[in-house]
Ligand binder design. Structure first.
Ligand code: NDP
Length: 283
């Protein structure tokens, strides 16, 4: 990686952001491709988000990944948005364009489908209904990705039913709102279950009745710390195929890199191993 007066700059903005794995992934790809670019973290106060984005207009920055808690505000702060970002109701990518306008995109859904393709290769999103647990930005993005991939029905199961109803309404006829109290019924007959709650992050357990799923169902957890979460451990004990959140993180980073640096990430860099090393040594 070479830095010069022409270095292309991209980064990730969030609060907090110091534990983000994105700088590890992007800088490893930049180094392997020997590109004149750098990817840096921006941990900003919640109040300052819009001012921060406005200040970067015309600065020459290539783009930003956006993480908690700014994904909804990022969509609102942009001048234009891709169809998938509008459908997800949130942006994890802001691209600063040559005419000083900002384009919002959402690559989280691509990351989710990448993770399923990589870790559950036989999974077909069109084969039957899927269940998403949660109704936040991550859940809406996941539901949008399944619907875009031709999934016939996405059930949004959430602790607060009203939020599930709002998400289902935003997504249209393919989505249904369920209360988490009806999880046994809601998981019956699904081809996949995706945990998109922050329950693990908050240290609270989430006891899903995974035995209500058919044996061929794939169980995914978007949380990746720990990599094998209690939900994935339980799914494996039941003999279900599992998909982890780290693969989704890698999957969303690949199209982000292409948008920022103008080329696909180089092959042959084991960014998953690099990220795992950091996860294993972080508190
Ligand atoms: P939000 O804060 O927007 O949503 C949180 C959701 O979790 C809400 O639906 C909330 O329910 C639910 N929830 C929280 N605690 C509990 C609990 N104890 N029991 C049941 N439900 C609970 O978060 P995001 O959607 O942005 O993110 C969700 C998770 O996905 C996070 O862990 C995040 O790190 C991860 N993520 C991973 C990505 C990846 O690349 N691997 C990408 C994006 C997100 P209620 O509405 O009732 O409050």
């Amino acid at each position: 990686m070479t830095l010069s007066g022409k270095t292309r700059v991209a980064g990730v903005v969030g609060q907090p952001v110091r534990h983000s794995l994105s700088p590890i992934l992007h800088n490893a790809w930049l180094k392997a491709a020997d590109l004149d670019g750098v990817y840096v973290p921006f941990e900003i106060a919640e109040l300052n988000f819009e001012a921060f984005i406005t200040g970067l207009r015309g600065s020459g920055i290539a783009g930003l990944n956006v993480t908690l808690p700014f994904k909804l505000r990022a969509l609102a702060a942009a001048d234009q948005a891709t169809h998938r970002a509008r459908l997800a109701g949130a942006a994890n990518v802001l691209i600063f364009q040559k005419d000083d306008t900002i384009l919002a995109d959402n690559t989280d859904g691509l990351g989710l489908l990448w993770a399923f393709a990589s870790q559950a290769p036989g999974f077909d999103p069109q084969a039957g209904p899927v269940a998403i647990i949660g109704a936040g930005g991550g859940a809406q993005g996941a539901a949008a990705a399944f619907l875009e991939a031709g999934c016939p029905k996405v059930r949004i199961l959430n602790r607060t039913l009203e939020k599930a109803e709002q998400v289902a309404q935003a997504l249209g006829a393919g989505a249904e709102a369920w209360s988490l109290t009806r999880a046994v019924e809601g998981l019956d007959g699904v081809m996949a279950v995706v945990n998109a709650t922050s329950a693990g992050l908050l240290g609270e357990g989430l006891d899903l009745p995974l035995d209500a799923t058919p044996p061929e169902a794939v169980i995914m957890d978007m949380t990746y710390k720990p990599l094998i979460t209690p939900i994935l451990t339980r799914a494996r004990a039941l003999g279900r195929q599992t998909v982890d959140g780290l693969e989704m993180l890698v999957g969303q980073a690949r199209p982000s890199f292409a948008a920022f640096f103008g080329q696909e990430p180089p092959l042959g860099v084991d960014v998953r191993r690099l990220a795992l090393n950091v996860l294993e040594h972080s508190t």
